[in-house]
Ligand binder design. Structure first.
Ligand code: DAH
Length: 387
């Protein structure tokens, strides 16, 4: 039974006896309404008058005073509802009525584009047929999907890349399906480290996994540097996807994005690391931004640090974005461990280096004040259209 049939019956006739059923039924109505709206928006119209007719036809189908679907729901569902169900039907109906304001002709017309190629779609389209006679030009190219925009995470990734490219860094990438050696052993992460556990890592087999961070690209880049007999330093950033055996929640996703930075040269010191990251933070968040380094531990760097930046929203005063602390922790960093340099084939007596690793998704959340990482990966156009 489709929506048109259902609104012609009472809830009792539909066998609705509990609140959950009513809520589900209204959800079905909302979905139908939204998909009809989206279908029209995606299709477009061949001219202004056709657009207006189409929008009005769809508006009338839902909102016409006498026989529109919303009125029928009022008559047959709400007014006829059993006493126990009245409150829930009332609430659901009010919600629907509010939502249905997007079906007003003008609201629709704002979103439906006039495109020459929309003509092709006229035949076989019930709504267009009811809009009166329109010329059909079957030789025109098919309908193109409306152009999207750059995903916020990739937008921020490119912004970060631009800052480092400006400093002379190069972009280097590595495989997302990685060996245990590059992901762990070469980075000095011992067999006993908890990150190697099945609970934290998605293994393909005992020697292969979906990389848990972008750090393995450090080793691959050092090996290439040595293989190619390169001169001068190695300065790279390595953006890409990483994977962990995490359940999705507001701050975790089994797939996420990181960027590694690596600088190896003669005479590199911790001061270079601090100076570079401070410069980067100011470029990204604004000139007023301050950075703060705290000691921590990573197996692949020594010494290691956490980098926090002063909150760009409240300038360090404390607000919701920084959880009242004034600071946002955004990166891990440190001086590359001599053993890691050796593993990459580089002589730690001659060369030294620093590295950092940051979560691009976290940067994007901080930049735009987004509090749920899941929004990035759900593909909801209403979210993505805001960027
Ligand atoms: N690989 C670390 C992680 O995923 C991040 C990291 C910390 C990378 C410090 C680095 C670094 O290069 O120096 O948590």
């Amino acid at each position: 039974m489709n929506i048109d049939d259902k609104v012609g019956k009472t809830l009792q006739e539909l066998g609705m006896t509990d609140a959950a059923g009513v809520v589900a039924l209204f959800a079905e109505v909302r979905t139908a309404m939204e998909s009809e709206r989206e279908a029209l928006v995606a299709r477009g119209a061949s001219s202004d008058p056709v657009r207006d007719q189409l929008c009005k036809a769809l508006r009338d189908r839902w909102l016409a005073r006498k026989s529109g679907l919303v009125s029928l729901i009022d008559e047959n569902w709400l007014k006829m509802a059993m006493k126990e169900l009245k409150p829930v039907v009332g609430r659901q109906f009010n919600q629907l009525r509010q939502l249905a304001s997007c079906m007003e002709t003008e609201a629709l017309a704002r979103d439906v584009q006039v495109r020459r190629d929309a003509v092709v779609q006229v035949r076989g389209l019930q709504l267009e047929a009811s809009a009166g006679s329109v010329n059909v030009e079957v030789t025109l190219p098919g309908l193109r999907r409306p152009l999207g925009s750059i995903h916020p995470v990739i937008r921020v990734q490119r912004e970060i890349e631009d800052i480092f490219l400006g400093l002379g860094f190069k972009i280097e990438t590595g495989p997302e399906i990685e060996s245990v050696y590059y992901n762990f052993d070469a980075l000095n992460i011992p067999e006993t480290h908890s990150s190697r556990d099945d609970w934290d890592t998605i293994y393909v087999d005992s020697k292969t996994l979906l990389r848990t961070h972008t750090s393995p690209v450090q080793i691959r880049a050092m090996e290439r540097y040595v293989r190619e007999g390169s001169q001068g330093g190695l300065y790279i950033i390595t953006p890409g996807k990483c994977y962990r055996n995490d359940n999705p929640d507001a701050t975790h996703s089994p797939m996420f994005h990181q960027m590694e930075g690596l600088a190896i040269d003669t005479d590199i010191t911790f001061a270079d690391l601090k100076g570079t990251l401070d410069f980067f933070a100011k470029k990204f968040f604004g000139e007023k931004t301050r950075t703060s380094f705290h000691p921590t531990f990573f197996p692949f760097t020594e010494p290691s640090g956490e980098v926090a930046v002063s909150c760009h929203v409240c300038d360090g005063q404390g607000c919701r974005t920084c959880k009242e602390s004034g600071w946002i922790e955004l990166m891990g960093c440190g001086m590359v461990h001599p053993q890691v340099l050796k593993n990459g084939g580089i002589d730690p007596e001659r060369y030294s280096g620093w590295a950092f690793g940051l979560g691009i998704d976290r940067f994007t959340m901080a930049r735009y004040g987004i509090n749920d990482i899941q929004l990035f990966f759900q593909g909801d156009v209403r979210f993505l259209e805001q960027f």
